[in-house]
Ligand binder design. Structure first.
Ligand SMILES: Cc1ncc(COP(=O)(O)O)c(C=O)c1O
Length: 408
């Protein structure tokens, strides 16, 4: 249950925020939440306020907070002196266990390379595609990505990101050709990939199946099927970025499962606790040293927690829970359409977006809900995302809906 004791930010939170602003780059903070602890679907701030968390830390905390199985893993590590190692230079059993758990939820015949973040997962997915082209004797060719895509902020991944000018302005780009991300089968550009590949030689097609940062935009079936068909007929790898939509968020392990289309290469991170570039075995570089990183595969605690998360999602049937709770959530939210500037509600499983008529109304609603004790985050120009932990129950969904009703 949320409980606001002092209007946030309270004095302790405010002091921490001010010190961070003095010492650090002011990055993507939406409101002055200072996290001190968590329990279930709630987060406590530095002043003791308890918030209902419908962000899951952007999907990165799928079991919520203080989950007993995760706490048991963490407790196990209090006596181990080598919790973080150079994991692509030395082996560890956590690397083995995570790889076994992860491969069990990947398409058949996939291998994986673990890395740190989502952006690095995408970078390495893209590198695997370039490497294969190189091995076939091709020159460097452009990659295809989508308008409104978000693939991360490191320079390689940023080249294929196109969600907000603030992320792109002033930075150089790898060669890229962009197509419209089509949500409707009736979109006049739904077939554009065919023409593009007839006219250009490209190294890969990279897309999210559900655009996250770009605004919670859901691809249409025809668009995704066309990407697969075009990729097959031109011998080009199809890369799906599942960093935000993957790991059970949509009620299936991967959003692409809703479309009956498989990638050749994919990127995962967030809920997995570490980044991962996964690929069909024939994309393996077949030579040591092409990919590596000091901490990749080496954050042993994160890997142990990631393994546990996969185990708990399976054991507690959390994919089913995401589908069930997502249905209740969407039904409740749909009743707010037409009120408070809300013009649309869309989602699959627990990956739900609320679209507002203006950015100003969306931003005001986010701040107001924060003050009332509900954490939500923006997506795109004027949408907000509703992404509770996969463990969320009907009472918490009801509590969240009641809070949202205060701004609708
Ligand atoms: C689809 C997608 N790809 C890549 C990234 C980048 O992940 P990270 O922030 O861990 O670098 C994100 C982050 O939000 C994302 O949503």
């Amino acid at each position: 249950m949320h409980k606001i004791l002092v209007e946030p930010p309270g004095p302790k939170s405010l002091q921490i925020v001010q010190t961070i602003q003095k010492n650090c780059y002011d990055s993507t903070f939406t409101y002055p939440l200072v996290i001190s602890d968590g329990q279930g679907c709630t987060l406590k701030d530095a002043d003791g306020n308890v918030f209902l968390d419908f962000t899951s830390n952007i999907g990165a905390c799928p079991l919520g907070y203080c989950h007993p199985d995760v706490m048991a893993v963490l407790t196990n590590w209090t006596k181990n002196g080598a919790h973080k190692i150079a994991g692509q230079d030395f082996y560890s059993n956590e690397h083995v266990l995570l790889s076994e758990a992860f491969v069990s939820i990947l398409p058949d015949n996939f291998k994986v390379f673990f890395i740190n973040s989502g952006a690095e997962a995408v970078e390495n997915a893209v590198k695997l595609a370039y490497r294969k082209q190189f091995a076939s004797g091709n020159p460097i060719m452009p990659g295809v990505s989508c308008i409104n895509a978000f693939h991360g902020r490191t320079l390689g991944a940023l080249s294929f990101t196109f969600s907000k000018p603030v992320q792109k302005a002033g930075f150089p780009e790898l060669p890229v050709l962009r197509i419209k991300f089509c949500s409707s089968d009736a979109d006049s550009e739904v077939d554009s990939i065919h023409k593009l590949l007839e006219q250009n030689k490209v190294a890969f097609i990279l897309t999210e199946v559900i655009q996250g940062e770009g605004g919670y935009n859901f691809a249409g079936q025809k668009f995704i099927s066309n990407l697969r068909k075009a990729a097959d007929s031109h011998g080009v790898p199809l890369i799906f970025d599942e960093v935000q939509s993957g790991m059970g968020r949509t009620g299936r392990w991967w959003a692409f499962e809703h479309y009956g289309v498989l990638p050749d290469i994919m990127a995962a991170a967030k809920a997995l606790q570490v980044g991962a570039a996964a690929y069909k075995k024939d994309y393996d570089p077949g030579q040591q040293g092409v990919l590596s990183s000091t901490w990749g595969g080496g954050s042993r605690i994160d890997m142990a927690v990631g393994t546990k998360i996969i185990e708990v999602i399976k054991r507690d049937r959390l994919l089913d829970n995401a589908t069930k709770m997502g249905t209740i959530l969407k039904k409740g939210l749909a009743e707010f359409v037409g009120r408070g500037g809300i013009i649309d509600v869309r989602g699959i499983g627990l990956m739900v977006g609320i679209e507002f008529d203006t950015k100003a109304r969306r931003d005001a609603a986010l701040q107001e809900l924060f003050k009332k004790g509900l954490l939500l985050l923006p997506a795109g120009q004027k949408a907000m995302r509703v992404i509770p932990p996969l463990t969320v129950g009907p009472e918490e969904i009801e509590e969240g809906l009641q809070l949202i009703s205060l701004v609708a």
